[in-house]
Design a binder for this molecule. Structure first.
Ligand code: DP6
Length: 344
């Protein structure tokens, strides 16, 4: 017999950024964070996992190319955790098929270019863990699963929910309280949309994983951010989302992106993720917002911009950006307008 499960999972883009770990193997963050989950229509990861007594080893294919599992500690951790949970339920119920001891084959792909520097690890690990939970029929809710997905990639824990999602940093050393919770479902604010501006599809220079630990080691500004700024900003952001207060949501989003990149600059040696085009986008949006806030920009660990705005402004924003970057590589093949949505 072959046991099989297939799932898809969405990308999320943070509006209060996660940057810094207090435990690098369990992936426990130095601050809480908050993100918006994008629609799966344009961007998603898709994973199929099979378990069979005929398989002689665990194997993994990423976008059609076989990769080593053993070298990937994070993937090994997600497998170990979900198998242990499956073994527990098999112990209690002898009628269940013995899946925990079977070898598995994992096939995972993104429907967008990994090189575009978009959050492929977030949707990828969320998808892996969700598919494993389906295959193993684990009696866990999305927050429980987020604790496992977090050990694949921190930002992945937030992709277990649709809508507006907080990753509560927690305080315990074992990470059992460092999990994702939904602040509001996607139906709460359907008018809010995201536009992705692909400034460059080159692979980023410094990975998030390496970059953030260099920041933890060397940046005094990070200490100010995690102690003084983020706790208050999380509360304000949650209130802005609950009230659907776009100007406040936008202000906080842009300020948090700016501070994240300031913290990168304060890292020694400094890390630059934005380029001249990224900075031009900031100036254009700032000018566009002069008479009232109509759009928010945010940048992750790369030069690409994500613009959040009410749906009615999106056509105008696209026109303004295309005006300043005629024939530029704003790649609408990635899907410019994304409504928020949820896991299948
Ligand atoms: C800038 O989740 O990719 O996108 O936990 O080491 O896998 P690891 O890092 P990752 O970092 C994401 C950083 C960010 C901000 C965010 O998504 O909150």
């Amino acid at each position: 017999t072959v046991f099989e499960a297939t799932c898809t999972a969405p990308v999320n883009i943070a509006v209060v950024k996660y940057w810094g770990k207090r435990d690098t193997s369990l992936i426990l963050p130095t601050n809480s964070s908050l993100s918006v989950t994008l629609s799966q229509d344009q961007l998603h990861s898709k994973t199929t996992i099979r378990a069979s007594a005929d398989f002689t080893s665990d194997r993994l294919w990423l976008n059609g190319i076989e990769e080593s599992i053993e070298k990937n500690k994070r993937l090994v951790a997600c497998l170990r955790e979900t198998r242990a949970l499956r073994a527990q339920i098999e112990e209690k119920d002898a009628s269940l098929p013995k899946l925990a001891s079977l070898k598995i084959h994992i096939c995972s792909e993104n429907n967008f270019p990994t090189a575009a520097g978009l959050a492929s690890s977030a949707s990828g690990y969320a998808c892996l863990v969700y598919t494993l939970s389906q295959l193993f029929q684990l009696p866990l809710d999305a927050s429980d699963l987020s604790i496992v997905a977090r050990q694949g990639s921190g930002s992945a824990c937030r992709s277990l929910f649709g809508g507006f999602v907080a990753w509560e940093m927690g305080e315990k050393a074992d990470g059992s309280d460092s999990k994702a919770v939904q602040i509001a479902p996607e139906t709460h604010w359907p008018d809010l949309q995201a536009m992705i501006c692909v400034v460059s599809d080159e692979k980023k220079g410094t990975s998030s994983t390496e970059g953030m630990q260099l920041t933890v080691k060397t940046s005094a500004l990070l200490q100010h951010r995690i102690k003084e700024v983020v706790p208050k900003r999380m509360e304000e952001m949650i209130a802005a989302i609950r009230n659907k207060d776009f100007p406040k949501f936008a202000e906080l989003t842009m300020q948090d992106s700016n501070q994240f990149h300031a913290v990168c600059l304060d890292t020694y040696p400094p890390i630059f993720y934005m380029n001249d085009i990224s900075r031009a986008i900031i100036r254009i949006i700032t000018e566009y917002n002069k008479d009232g806030v109509k759009a928010a920009y945010t940048f992750d660990a790369g030069p690409n911009a994500v613009i959040y705005a009410p749906e009615k402004n999106m056509a105008e924003i696209y026109a303004v950006l295309s005006h300043f970057f005629p024939g530029a590589t704003f790649d609408d093949s990635l899907g410019l307008l994304s409504k928020t949505s949820t896991l299948p």
